[in-house]
Design a protein around this ligand. Sequence first.
Ligand SMILES: Cc1ncc(COP(=O)(O)O)c(C=O)c1O
Length: 504
Amino acid sequence: MILELDRESHVPLYTQIAERMREKMREGALKVGDRLPPNRELAKSLGVNRGTVTTAYDELMADGLLSSQVGRGTFVSALPAGGAIETAAERAPASPMPWGALLTDERRDPWLNALAAPQSGAISFAHALPPAELFPLDAFRRSVERVLRKEGRQLLSLGSCKGYEPLRQYLSAQMALSGIHAQPDEILITNGCQQSLDLLQRILVRPGDEVAVENPVYPGAISVFCNAQAKYTSIPVGPRGLNLDVLEDVLAHRRPKLIYTVPGFHNPTGVTMDVESRRRLLDIAAHHRVPIVEDDIFRELRYDGAALPPLKALDRHGLVIYLNSFSKVGFPGLRVGWIAAPRIVIERLGAMRQQSDFHTSLLVQAAIHDFAKRGALAKHIQRCRKAYAQRRDAMLAALERHFPAEARWNKPDGGLAVWVQLPDTVQSARILMVASEQGVTFCPGELFYASAPQSNRMRLAFSTATPAQIEDGVRRLGVLLKTKLAAAKQPRWFGQVTGVQTMV
Ligand SMILES: Cc1ncc(COP(=O)(O)O)c(C=O)c1O
């Protein structure tokens, strides 16, 4: 039997074989009762695997077009003519469309989705997010109602891709308080820092270009900058933030298109870069003419000590692109963030974002603006700071009480999580499997590495659990870890055949 197959096509060969046979049945070249060649024979003549033919036959059998008789072979049992026979493909939406082969990008695990689905009843240390019970619901509802009453028709129309002008003016004034001078037209409102990173990647990074990211790093940045086709260099993060000696060394040999960094309350390590290091980072980047993408999303969440100037406020060379959002201060689901950058960059970003979503919801931007302008945002942030500081202290105290002596952790002045280093023998992902069965979850450290993942780290977010839950959850984790470490210390014996015992 001659069947024409297209080996360049994305359509699997078995689907092509089945379809060619259907065509032959429709044309009358195959009639009811005709015997088909045995699988092996057809496979040989078509130059395909036997399994491919078997799968094609199975598909036609499922359509009711073929039947097999033991010892006799496979026969045409019905015809698909005139659509009289409903095929399996028509009956079931399980289309043979080879979507897997058509998709362009092989992403890592959808980490965000996995984390976004907390188990009900579990004590979660997995999400470095504001807790829902602190959402200022009534005050925000009043803001929504006010802006809808006042300018509802404009807010429900299309607007500027750069964002709602009054919000940009507000942000320009707010950023000036921390030393950043950005005019409203040097600001683009986005759907959060994640979109900002994606847009920046799209306007700055061409295929083959390299970027420099921190390691460990916020996993959303890994998704954007370190996907299957990307070239990237990971720069270790030490106790003073990005390791500048390594960065200097890298830049002496390579020219990344950008350096991505979270200099304040770095996610996941919680470290903050001091002013001296910030200045040095700027000097290094300026010397090599590499832009810095500064993600300052935790700026407002400082509980001790004085605020440090953002890189952008210290930048005399115009090389810093500044990102922030409302996600960590109370509105993660509203999806509003912003980018402050030189005008030419903002123009290009605005044009790029029009390719996907035109602009961030005007209604949401206007409501946030109203909420902020009336002082409700500042009040809310103050309340959050107090709650988070309490929760951080509860976590640090619980760690002291319950975690094994071999564990180490940082004591962050801000942010939403504690970064724990366990002995090398402990794999935090394995601990998580047991812990989640016992109702406690956290983020295994591996998630945060762009390269050389350290499996003995864990990130414990303290923002979404109450102090009592923190005490309980950390205690349970402590018991698990101590049990695990005690088991690892026990010598395991085998090989007693000769009387010689071998310890492993
Ligand atoms: C460092 C960092 N940047 C960006 C984001 C994402 O922010 P947004 O919700 O504004 O997209 C997060 C969220 O966890 C983060 O930790």
